[in-house]
Design a protein around this ligand. Structure first.
Ligand code: PLP
Length: 387
């Protein structure tokens, strides 16, 4: 195995396609090999045969390769993979819970549930802010020395765009670090660390892998000397929330097409958002690429090359109408998750807690890379007769 370090890092599309340029020296294979061993032999003098490789819960070669690719994509010095996006988020939030934690409202439901059930209900001071109201962030940080701000942009499913540079400045003024869940943006459209964030979070289950066949999570950072990063690495090791080697290999394979997938899905999403915005059966369309999206100016400044594959819209007529539309779709699949090559639709009210305040008419659409006209036609026939 060779580590070919390019002189300067190419663009993210190229990093992903070339898997950082690594080839298998032993065979000449241009595809990084899968090394499944959970344990690694020592020399007669008991030194390690390969630096760092002792046991797969500490460091497995194929997992490390996937981590190196994600670190390069996010312009980070290092990254760690976890068994799921939630395992990464839980590890980060638990490690930061040495003081108050400030979490954005209306982000991925599972993150909010974790912050409430696993942290707040166990005595951790969890505070909330509005992603597009940074005065509310400053107010939440004002006392008690919060350790971490957790943001998600664009948010799932509200598509709120957080001004990362401004949020980082405010967090740092108050001595807190900023973590950004960039799952929906992907490193193709946004690299939060270059805008001042301290940690990037991914559900790698989504666009990074892209094929709806791997569950994985990632944290990437340049904050490697901090107590927080040391605590995160210790927690991952001690609690064992690591990614398996086969999943890491599949993730490397999935990431090779990251650029074409993300560009194609984002361009489809833009077209579909435009189509839905002009449809009389639709009340609201949330997509940061639309000029009338409340955070469009921030998105235009912050996101490069597109606005992602995630959007949500409200069907006139509430839950009944939205479920009828979802039920009539023939090509778009009714299923949870986002960021896959296939388009998925979800009625969020049906899958959240009965106490949810999710509007009944809201459908979340994760746009895939099918021919855009097939997707528009499918939505058009499903919306016919509504309103
Ligand atoms: N972050 C975001 C934005 C998500 O959409 C999800 C899952 O939908 C997660 C985190 C959690 O990821 P996982 O399902 O891989 O645990």
């Amino acid at each position: 195995m060779s580590d070919r370090t390019p002189d300067s890092l190419p663009r993210p599309e190229t990093i992903a396609v070339q898997a950082l340029g690594r080839i298998d020296r032993a065979s000449g294979g241009v595809v990084p090999p899968l090394q499944p061993s959970t344990t690694f032999a020592r020399e007669r003098d008991y030194s390690l045969m390969t630096e760092g490789h002792i046991y797969a819960r500490d460091d497995a070669p194929t997992v490390r390769e996937a981590e190196d690719i994600i670190a390069a994509l996010e312009k980070a010095t290092t990254a760690r993979l976890f068994a799921s996006g939630m395992a990464a988020i839980a590890t980060l939030l638990r490690a930061a819970a040495t003081g108050p934690i400030v979490v954005q409202k209306g982000i991925y439901y599972g993150t909010q549930v974790f912050a409430l059930r696993a942290l707040a209900e166990h005595g951790i001071d969890v505070r909330w802010f509005e992603g597009n109201d940074l005065d509310s962030l400053a107010a939440a940080l004002a006392d008690g020395k919060p350790t971490l701000v957790f943001a998600e942009t664009p948010s799932n499913p509200w598509l709120t765009v957080v001004d990362i540079a401004a949020a980082a400045k405010i967090a740092h003024q108050h001595g807190a670090r900023l973590a950004v869940d960039s799952t929906a943006a992907t490193p193709i459209h946004t690299t939060p660390l270059t805008l001042g964030a301290d940690y990037v979070v991914h559900s790698a289950t989504k666009s990074l892998n892209g094929h709806s066949d791997v569950l994985a999570g990632a944290l990437a950072t340049n904050d490697t000397d901090s107590d927080l990063w040391q605590a995160i690495c210790r927690e991952r090791h001690d609690a064992g929330a690591v990614l398996g080697t086969f999943e890491a290999w599949l993730l490397i394979r999935g990431m090779r097409t990251l650029g074409v997938r993300v560009h194609s899905a984002s361009s489809n999403a833009m077209a579909i958002a435009g189509f839905l915005a002009g449809h009389r059966a639709i009340e609201t369309v949330r997509y940061p690429g639309l000029a009338d999206h409340p955070d469009h100016a921030v998105a235009r400044r912050q996101m490069t090359g597109g606005y992602g594959s995630l959007l949500s819209f409200d069907v006139r007529g509430g839950s009944e109408a939205a479920l009828a539309v979802a039920g009539k779709l023939k090509r778009i699949v009714r299923a949870t998750s986002i960021g896959g090559i296939e388009s998925l639709i979800e009625h969020r009210r049906s899958v959240e807690d009965p106490m949810t305040n999710m509007p009944g008419g809201l459908l979340r659409l994760s746009v895939g890379i099918e021919h855009v006209q097939d997707l528009v036609e499918d939505l058009d026939q499903a919306l016919a007769g509504i309103a």
